[in-house]
Ligand binder design. Structure first.
Ligand code: MN
Length: 308
């Protein structure tokens, strides 16, 4: 078991939301194809939106974003013409493919914002696909032994439930709510890597107590995992997928395979290319987020063992 603690990173955009980022990490790039894990809140949002989220249109390529909230609401708009409200217990899966642009703004009704923003690296055969957006509301399913409940938003959790959302590599994504003192013996797919992110409450994973926001990671080969909740219970996010065997480069909002691809994506965003498209209806004070300058030197790739 490898426990990653999050580093605090200011989220891009116009408000002062800080996120805790556990992936990518110096010591680990992926859990399956999950390549980016941001955990934020609970954050108090002022009546003027301060402390909330206001991320103007920005591009993505080569990845899918998975938005999952515990509290609050986010208004999503993208260049595929999708306009949706992201709500707790409802998953929004946006496929960047070759190129998409989107904006994310916490709604005026939001006084607390709390959730995770996750990215999935698309495999080579799917990474040039056209942009797409999917919304799915999972059932709240009971966990074995009265341990609590689960929302399985992607993939399948044995003896619990499965999500019908199709993915380009096998994935597992679920919120588990454990009742106080629960002991949960999860049956896992041994072909998968797994990660357990602690949100609120207290939980011990395989005998080790996690701190708020920790991501406990397990390599493939395990067929079970024991979680024990503390006296107030716990809410965790469970991620999984078979080891992602490709080498990728991640820079800003792009996932690519070579330095040149990143340079090209950046230039096309700066040049207002059709590759990313326009986001209709975003009403913030700026039209879009400009790409930052590239660092000097060539960007370095990552694989499942870390930086290459
Ligand atoms: Mn984004």
């Amino acid at each position: 078991m490898q426990v990653l603690d999050g580093r605090e990173v200011p989220l891009g955009g116009l408000r002062a939301l800080t996120v805790r980022r556990t992936l990518p990490h110096r010591d680990r790039s992926f859990v399956g194809a999950w390549c980016f894990v941001d955990h934020y809140g609970p954050a108090t949002v002022g009546t003027d939106g301060s402390g909330g989220m206001d991320v103007p249109p920005h591009p993505h390529t080569g990845l899918q974003t998975v938005s999952w909230l515990f509290e609050g609401e986010i208004e999503h708009r993208d260049s595929g013409g999708n306009h949706a409200i992201v709500r707790p217990g409802e998953v929004n899966l946006m496929t960047g493919g070759r190129g998409i642009a989107h904006s994310e703004v916490s709604t005026p009704a939001t006084d607390v914002l709390h959730g995770v923003q996750l990215w999935v690296a698309l495999p080579d055969e799917a990474r040039q696909h056209r942009r797409a957006f999917e919304h799915f509301v999972p059932e709240q399913a009971p966990l074995p032994g009265g341990a609590g409940t689960a929302y399985v938003f992607l993939g399948a959790l044995a003896h619990v439930t499965a999500s019908p959302v199709e993915t380009h590599t096998p994935l597992l994504g679920a919120q588990l709510d454990l009742v106080p003192g629960a002991r949960l013996d999860l049956t896992l797919d041994a072909a998968y890597e797994h990660g357990v992110l602690l949100d609120i409450g207290a939980v011990t994973v395989e005998g080790r107590e996690l701190a708020f926001g920790d991501l406990a990671c397990f390599d493939a080969g395990r067929d079970s995992l024991t979680l024990t909740a503390g006296p107030v219970g716990a809410r965790v996010v469970l991620l999984g997928g078979p080891p992602f065997d490709e080498e990728i480069l991640m820079w800003w909002n792009f996932v690519a395979r070579t330095h040149e691809e990143i340079v090209e994506a950046r230039e096309e965003w700066q040049a207002l290319s059709d590759r990313f498209g326009d986001v209709p209806g975003y009403a913030g004070p700026v039209d879009r987020i400009p790409a930052p300058p590239l660092p000097g030197g060539r960007l370095r790739a990552r694989n499942r063992f870390g930086r290459v």
